[in-house]
Design a protein. Structure first.
Length: 279
């Protein structure tokens, strides 16, 4: 009879510490690779989007810029998947590729949210914070694609209506920024206003992640807890609204219910349950 001989406790502790140290080093390297790759992709795409941004604003110019952003984001997620231990489940967005133009609303747990959605949908116009439109890496592409600033409500409504008439989806995060108080912050009325003015339906989607990485409470320099699992799920669809306040309340209640249902179906809670990063 043979008995397995376990190594002494100090050796086992040393092995565990070494394993944790190596994994932490990989997480740090993966974070640097992720940020560096994103910056390089934006720089390589700049010449094309700069040319597009100085051309007269035409539907085909905006569509080409959106397609360029879509492909860059798609490639970026491939890099994260193969080298940075990220896993993505975005298949539920595929049905929206050929759907008529509509207002897309989503919760906003992290900085990755636009990348996730646009990587799967090639014809989306995002409503962005005005400061991002002036960003060196992002601004030219956003302007060429016809993305919309959020600092002038009247202009925002007009441009969103025009984008929907062109056949593009309009993506808006009704929380107004990344989620501060999980699972969801109160919704603003912009999505319902846009949908009512344009006579467009509203499609809800909800985003989950295995950790709060890149959320409002996660500093940019803090490494991720790998592996990361991201998912975007298709939620309820609403007809064009007639009552703004009532519609806004229904949208918020629907997304809250979808997040709660998903969280209860998982063995471990998704992003939205634990608002702060682990120590």
């Amino acid at each position: 009879m043979h008995f397995a001989i376990l190594p002494p406790a100090p050796i086992r502790r040393l092995a565990r510490q070494l394993t944790r140290g190596l994994w932490a080093a990989y997480e740090t390297l993966a974070m640097g690779l992720g940020w560096g790759t994103f910056a390089l992709l934006c720089l390589f795409a700049l010449p094309l989007v700069w040319v597009l941004s100085i051309l007269p604003s035409r539907a085909w110019v905006r569509r080409m810029a959106r397609t360029t952003i879509h492909r860059v984001f798609h490639f970026y997620l491939d890099i994260l998947r193969f080298f940075c231990s990220n896993r993505f489940d975005l298949s539920e967005l595929d049905a929206l590729k050929t759907a008529p133009a509509q207002v897309l609303i989503a919760n906003h747990p992290s900085l990755m949210d636009v990348v996730l959605i646009v990587s799967r949908l090639p014809n989306v116009v995002c409503i962005m914070k005005a400061g991002l439109m002036n960003n060196i890496l992002l601004g030219a592409a956003a302007r060429a694609a016809g993305y919309i600033r959020n600092d002038n409500p009247r202009t925002m409504l007009f441009q969103a209506h025009a984008a929907l008439k062109e056949g593009a989806h309009v993506l808006i995060f009704p929380e107004g920024g990344r989620t501060r108080h999980f699972p969801l912050d109160p919704f603003g009325k912009s999505a319902a206003l846009i949908a009512k003015q344009a006579g467009a339906p509203i499609q809800t989607v909800f985003i989950t992640c295995s950790t709060p990485y890149l959320g409002k409470h996660w500093p940019l320099w803090r490494r991720p807890a790998l592996p990361l699992r991201w998912a975007v799920h298709a939620g309820a669809r609403f007809d064009p609204p007639t009552h703004i306040s009532q519609c806004t309340q229904m949208l918020e209640a629907s997304v809250r219910a979808q997040l709660a249902l998903f969280a209860n179906s998982q063995p471990s809670p998704p992003l939205g349950v634990e608002p702060r990063p682990p120590s």
